[in-house]
Design a binder for this molecule. Structure first.
Ligand code: UDP
Ligand code: MG
Length: 320
């Protein structure tokens, strides 16, 4: 029986890279073993440039190219989850449109699927394209999140990964959170897991859509989604401050008994600033969790589809 490989590609203002991506990936996919057929599923995440036009043209010429178009920009994560929703494959690969994820890895991925692996994380060997700051912060982030969360995150795991139909079904049906970190879910679904090392290429054209600021936001959200440790911070720091307060009280009584003067105004100011700073941080952390609860409660769609190409609308596997 011929199996189907779905290559899911998120696209946001990639007009300069799309044709090259199609050419190169198409050439690799044509070299797949004969037991595999393929589809190229592009999710156009509200691009403002000519990306959609190019995708439509590709879809007209090649019926293996399928396109899902969002009504606006919903972000990379939403684009990937939509791709997984619409993909019909026995194996599904998510990759970027900028050719940073080398298409020739698809052959290795198919090999792993044939060996029976169901979740394949692509691990960046060395990220020469990212700056020093990005590399250091990324390493620190993975250290922290692995410390805080029960899920074991693969450092340098990228948004380049592959899942079997069974694992994709779990992602489709059970991970519909609004504040999301797909990479983390991929690593927490279990199944027969493996990794493949790859060397990231420089971006083919255009520039990265992730600023350092959005990466910071992303990291905070991940910690909030995968750990309730920050919430417990209040209890720990409360206890620490209580001990500190008791010691201060003993010291005050001691100086009072010895010198007849209780300690002064400066101590009070220092203590007050310290306590208030801590209180505000804890209130802020609680606020962050409430914001997540709130967005979950509103239950707005993760993405909205405006149109599709080469696709029957009822083909979608899950509703958002
Ligand atoms: N992308 C997207 N929606 C967005 C931002 C990015 O679909 O809002 C796509 C983008 O077209 C690319 C992939 O996500 O295919 C990764 O984005 P980018 O290359 O900018 O990130 P980086 O590789 O620098 O982390
Ligand atoms: Mg990129």
């Amino acid at each position: 029986m011929v199996k189907l490989l779905s290559v899911v590609v998120s696209v946001y203002n990639e007009e300069l890279a799309l044709r090259e991506f199609y050419q190169e990936t198409g050439a690799v996919l044509k070299a797949l073993p004969s037991s595999w057929d393929y589809e190229l599923l592009f999710v156009n995440d509200g691009s403002a440039d000519r990306s959609l036009e190019i995708l439509r043209e590709l879809a007209r010429r090649d019926d293996r190219v399928r396109v899902v178009e969002f009504s606006r920009n919903f972000g990379h994560e939403a684009a990937m989850i939509a791709g997984i929703d619409y993909a019909r494959g026995d194996g599904i690969v998510c990759m970027d449109a900028d050719l940073q994820h080398p298409p020739e890895c698809l052959l290795e991925i198919v090999e792993k699927f044939d060996q029976g692996y169901e979740v394949i994380s692509m691990v960046r060997m060395k990220n020469k394209t990212a700056g020093l700051v990005k590399n250091i912060t990324s390493a620190a982030f993975y250290k922290l999140i692995n410390h805080l969360s029960d899920v074991k995150f693969e450092p340098n795991a990228s948004d380049f990964f592959a899942v079997s139909k069974a694992a994709a079904d779990v992602l489709r049906n059970n991970y519909r959170e609004k504040v999301r970190f797909l990479r983390g879910y991929v690593q927490s679904v279990g199944f027969n897991r493996t990794t493949i090392q790859y060397e990231a290429r420089p971006r083919f054209a255009g520039e990265s859509k992730y600023s350092l600021r959005s990466l910071f936001r992303f990291s905070i959200n991940t910690i909030l989604c995968f750990s309730d440790m920050p919430l417990k911070l209040g209890i720990y720091s409360g206890c620490a401050v209580a001990v500190f307060g008791l010691l201060m009280m003993a010291y005050t009584i001691w100086t009072w008994a010895k010198y007849g003067t209780p300690s002064g105004y400066a101590t009070i100011v220092v203590l007050m600033s310290f306590m208030f700073a801590m209180l505000f941080v804890i209130v802020g952390i609680i606020g962050e969790y409430i914001a997540i609860l709130f967005s979950e409660l509103k239950d707005r769609p993760i993405y909205i589809v405006k149109s599709t190409e080469n696709m029957e609308s009822e083909e979608k596997v899950t509703k958002s």
